[in-house]
Design a binder for this molecule. Structure first.
Ligand code: FE2
Length: 280
């Protein structure tokens, strides 16, 4: 794993960085195979919870809010018929798996704490970091939902604000199948909001800046399978719906600094018996 000074400077400047061929085909395929196994073992009857950042009411349910130290399955918003039955087979209906794959599943643990990932984290100043959250994102063919423009620090806030997202393309990500889009340099414009726990036990947004993100500044980040995209926590980014017949699987991992303050009103909390861990 090598990353140049120039690439690090580019990351600091634009708030993101694409590293081609970071993961080998076999790594990508073993993560995909493991996710497929997990979905096969999962009984959808246990759960009816749909993840979409457009419908905060729905994600503000117990199932989501207590998933920080578990492996849970979340459906696409358009996965259901009006009578609540699945429109497609469950393998084609799940939006994502989250949020502690990196601690609870040996295959994801091994990948997330591999030497390459650890060295990369060190190169961008996250050598002494904690692995906060992981997600396996399916972006299903035909029904893969959009994720509206946001900053990850809205949902995963630390003081000082300092978090990095690692977005691994496990398949080619294209405009057609819903690749990431980002606003270059947008991480330098401050945090627009925070999603915090409210007194009634739900969640609410604390707004600091009502101005919407300029959509015309978004650029597509089309990448090949095996690419890694680094995303600064303050970088505005989004993805559009996947209306294509091709899935767009990705694995994401978020790192925070070990010394940062992690507030109790963030949505993601761990039980005391499962504290956050670093690379070891
Ligand atoms: Fe994000």
């Amino acid at each position: 794993m090598t990353i140049s000074e120039q690439q690090i400077a580019q990351y600091r400047d634009t708030g993101f960085l694409v590293l081609k061929d970071f993961a080998g085909d076999s790594d990508c395929d073993s993560l995909r195979a493991r996710a497929q196994e997990m979905v096969q073992e999962f009984d959808p009857a246990q759960v009816v919870s749909i993840f979409t950042t457009r419908e905060q009411n729905r994600i503000a349910d117990e199932y989501f809010l207590t998933s920080g130290d578990k492996i849970r399955f979340f459906f696409e918003e358009n996965a259901f018929n009006e009578d609540g039955t699945l429109r497609y087979e469950k393998e084609k209906s799940i939006n994502k798996i989250g949020h502690a794959l990196h601690d609870l599943d040996p295959v994801f643990d091994r990948f997330s704490r591999s030497r390459n990932v650890k060295e990369l984290a060190g190169a961008i100043g996250f050598e002494d970091s904690l692995l906060l959250q992981s997600m396996y994102i399916f972006k299903q063919p035909n029904i893969g939902g959009e994720v509206t423009c946001h900053q990850d620090s809205t949902f995963l806030y630390t003081e000082p604000i300092d978090i990095v997202g690692l977005w691994f393309a496990l398949e080619d990500a294209t405009i057609e199948n819903g690749c990431l889009w980002a606003i270059p340099g947008g991480h330098q414009r401050g945090l627009k909001s925070r999603w915090v726990r409210s007194r009634d036990g739900g969640m609410e947004f604390e707004i600091y800046d009502k101005e919407p993100w300029p959509a015309n500044e978004l650029v597509p980040l089309e990448v090949e399978k095996g690419s890694l995209i680094l995303l600064h926590g303050l970088l505005p980014h989004r993805s559009f719906e996947n209306r294509s017949p091709h899935s767009r699987h990705a694995y994401t991992l978020h790192l925070i600094r070990a010394g940062a303050k992690y507030p109790e009103d963030n949505w993601l909390q761990r039980s005391q018996t499962m504290p956050l861990r670093g690379f070891e």
